[in-house]
Design a protein around this ligand. Sequence first.
Ligand code: FAD
Length: 290
Amino acid sequence: MKLSQIFAEKRPTLSFEVFPPKTSDTYDSVKFAAEKIASLKPDFMSVTYGAGGGTSKYTADIAEDILTKHDVTPLAHLTCVSSDKKTVENTLFSLKDKKIENILALRGDIPSGFENENREYKYASQLVSDIKKYGDFCVGGACYPEGHPEDLSVADGIKHLKEKVDAGCEFLTTQMFFDNNILYSFLYKIREVGITVPIVAGIMPVTNGKQIKRICSLSGTYLPQRFKSIVDRFGDKPSAMKQAGIAYATEQIIDLFANGVNAVHVYSMNKPDVAEKIQQNLSEIILKKD
Ligand code: FAD
């Protein structure tokens, strides 16, 4: 099923994310985690794409598994910065072959020292238009409520986001955020410039306090004091941190649904127990699929 059809139902939806293994050694354990998450029957599941494209085959294989064995709609991520048009074309044929209908089109992070000005893809919007040419995929893109580190300004970031949507994005998934007001203010700004596609709010249930502080200081993600206090108090106690992180994410999600943000995507990081707990916490709020 196309995600555009799911979003058109305008009901609260919950989706989960898995990332493929870097090497074949861990393929089975990732596949097992993905299948456990799929057995929860989320509205859809995304499968990320390894930076540099090294795990592209695994992305397609895991997405296919989710679809064929669990009848859960997959969203395959695809990056382009380290790729060329021929490789993208082959990947699209393979995805089509596997009956995968949804793609999150991304530029990918530019590897350090990679300054090839002649590369075929510089921005995700180019990949979006190419995918639209090659078949009947529902295509989404990434967006950044706190801005992308390379944006020249907030307005510049939103201008390029609009170009990406105009190239064919039918929905946008956000980078994680820990303060919903940041998303609400971003929604206001993008709606003002005419970006009207569904926004899928990306929520990260934090289970490792130290790791998240490091990631957020690198990416510039704002950590509200209420969240920092949780990490300071429980960061050294893994099971307490997990419980508090799931509770914080649940509260964020309830507030989003209450304020009309229907699509929530949980960065479940190959953790079926975290996905399951969040789903249980929302069982009376999300409408179950048959
Ligand atoms: P773009 O949309 O191309 O934007 C990148 C920067 O370029 C922005 O600053 C933008 O304003 C600017 N820009 C865009 N167009 C122009 C233009 N015409 N002229 C000048 N500047 C321009 N990475 C992976 O490797 N694998 C994944 O599976 C993955 N999944 C992700 C999922 C989500 C929801 C998010 C938010 C990110 C994900 N990423 C993933 C990370 C992503 O690849 C990086 O954040 C990357 O740096 C930017 O990708 P993008 O698609 O947002 O790029």
